[in-house]
Design a protein around this ligand. Structure first.
Ligand code: ATP
Length: 369
C-alpha cells in the first residue's frame, strides 16, 4: 500500500494552498497536502503548529481564509459539517453519561432517522467491532478508560463516514493502554477500509500508526513521508530533531566528489559521508546521525572510515538498550545507543573510560545549517 508513489493514484483529500488566519495571526500558512484513500495519515507537530486547525477545516468547523479543500474531487467550501462524509473523534471523547453504551453508539443514527431495525443491526456490528458486546447495557462510568475510548470510536464510525478524523485520540490513556489502543486503531482502520487522519504531538504514536506523517511547524508542512523516511532521511534540521534522537555535527563541506563528501568540523575533525545532499563545497552544513547508527568501542576500530575519540560521559542501561554519552576530544557530546541483544556486553564501557565512536559513511544525512 503506497499510493503516494504511484503517479496515477487519485488524490482523495487535497489541501490546496490553504491559509487560515485568526485576526492577524496565521495558524495555517499556504499549505498544500494530499492524502490518499484508505491511508492512515498523521499530522504531527508541537502545540500551536496548526494541526488541529487543519483537521477542523476538513471537518467543516472552520473555513479556510484562502485556498481550497477537496474531498474526492469535490470542493468542500460551504458544505456544513454534518453533510461532509467525515466524522471527528475528539480528545475529550464526551460520551453521554446518562446513556448506555448501545444508546451512545445509536445516537447519531437515530438523529439521522435510520429505521430502528437497521440501527439495532448497526449497533451490534459496532459493538462486535470494538469487542464490547457484553458491555452494551452499561453506562460510561461503569467502563474503564480504554473501554470508554472504544465506545467513542464505535460511535464515531457507526455512521460509516468515509474519513475519520481523530484529534489526539489516545491522549487521555496511560502509556501501556495507549500502545495497545494504537494497534487496535490500526486493525480497525484496516477492517473498515476508511481513511484516517490523526492529529498528535506524540512522534512515537505517529510512527506506530501512520502510513505517512506530515510534520508541521508554524502552520506549514516541513516534510511528508513514511515513518521510515522521516526518521532515516529527514530533509531539515527541524524534522531530524523533532522525530527521535539525533546527533548533529556542524561543519563545512571541504570536498565534494561523486559519491563522497568530506566534511570538516569546527575543530578540524574530518567526517566522510556518502550522501552529501545537494550541498556544494564550502557550504555550512550539519551532519545528522541517529544514536543507533553510532558504534562505541574501547579500542580504535580498524577499517572504520569515521572514528572519533573521546571519553565516556555517562552510561544508562535501559533494559532493551544501553545509551552512552561520549564527550569527544573536541568537546562535542555524542549520543550512541546499542541494543542489549546478549545479556552482557562484550565490551563493557564505563564512566570516564576512553572510547571511540565510529559510523559508516552512509549512516546519516547532510542538511543545510
Ligand atoms: P494543540 O496540540 O495545542 O491543540 P495545534 O497544533 O493543534 O496545537 P491549533 O489548535 O491548530 O494548534 O492552533 C494553531 C494556532 O492558532 C494556535 O496558536 C492557536 O492559539 C490559534 N488558534 C486556534 N483557534 C483559534 C481561534 N478560534 N481564534 C484565535 N486563535 C486560534
Amino acid at each position: 500500500f503506497a499510493p503516494w508513489n504511484d503517479p496515477n493514484a487519485k488524490p482523495y483529500i487535497q489541501f490546496d494552498n490553504v491559509t487560515k488566519k485568526f485576526g492577524d495571526f496565521t495558524a495555517v500558512n499556504n499549505l498544500s497536502l494530499t492524502i490518499f484513500e484508505r491511508e492512515f495519515f498523521a499530522l504531527l507537530g508541537a502545540s500551536g503548529c496548526g494541526k488541529s486547525t487543519l483537521l477542523r477545516m476538513l471537518a467543516g468547523f472552520e473555513e479556510p481564509t484562502a485556498g481550497r479543500i477537496l474531498l474526492d474531487g469535490q470542493d468542500l467550501r460551504g458544505i456544513p459539517p454534518y453533510r461532509r462524509p467525515v466524522n471527528m473523534m475528539f480528545q475529550s471523547y464526551a460520551l453521554f453519561p446518562h446513556m448506555t453504551v448501545e444508546n451512545n453508539i445509536a445516537f447519531g443514527l437515530k438523529q439521522e432517522g435510520m429505521p430502528k431495525s437497521d440501527i439495532e443491526k448497526r449497533v451490534a456490528e459496532m459493538l462486535k467491532l470494538v469487542k464490547l458486546e457484553q458491555f452494551a447495557k452499561r453506562k460510561p462510568h461503569q467502563l474503564s478508560g480504554g473501554q470508554r475510548q472504544r465506545v467513542a470510536l464505535a460511535r464515531s464510525v457507526a455512521k460509516r463516514p468515509k474519513v475519520l478524523l481523530l484529534d489526539e485520540p489516545l491522549g487521555a490513556l496511560d502509556k501501556k493502554l495507549r500502545e495497545e489502543t494504537q494497534f487496535e486503531l490500526m486493525d480497525l482502520q484496516q477492517e473498515l477500509g476508511l481513511t484516517f487522519v490523526v492529529v498528535t504531538h506524540d512522534q512515537e504514536e505517529a510512527m506506530t500508526m501512520a502510513d505517512r506523517i506530515a510534520i508541521m511547524d508554524k502552520g506549514e508542512v516541513m516534510q511528508v513521508a513514511t515513518p521510515a523516511e522521516v526518521y532515516e532521511a529527514p530533509t531539515s534540521r527541524f524534522v531530524a530533531h523533532f522525530v527521535g534522537n539525533v546527533n548533529m555535527f556542524e561543519g563545512k563541506v571541504a570536498e565534494r566528489a561523486a559519491n563522497t563528501t568530506r566534511i570538516t568540523g569546527a575543530t578540524g575533525a574530518q567526517i566522510v559521508v556518502e550522501n552529501g545532499g545537494n550541498t556544494a563545497a564550502g557550504a555550512d552544513i550539519v551532519f545528522a546521525i541517529r544514536p543507533e547508527k553510532i558504534k562505541v568501542s574501547s579500542k580504535k576500530p580498524v577499517d572504520a572510515v569515521n572514528a572519533l575519540e573521546g571519553e565516556v560521559y555517562d552510561v544508562a542501561y535501559l533494559g532493551d538498550m544501553t545509551v552512552y554519552h561520549i564527550r569527544l576530544d573536541d568537546g562535542q557530546m555524542v549520543r550512541a545507543s546499542a541494543m542489549n541483544a546478549s545479556r552482557v556486553s562484550d565490551d563493557p564501557l564505563t564512566w570516564n573510560d576512553r572510547a571511540w565512536v565510529s559510523f559508516r559513511p552512509d549512516a546519516g544525512v547532510v542538511l543545510a545549517r
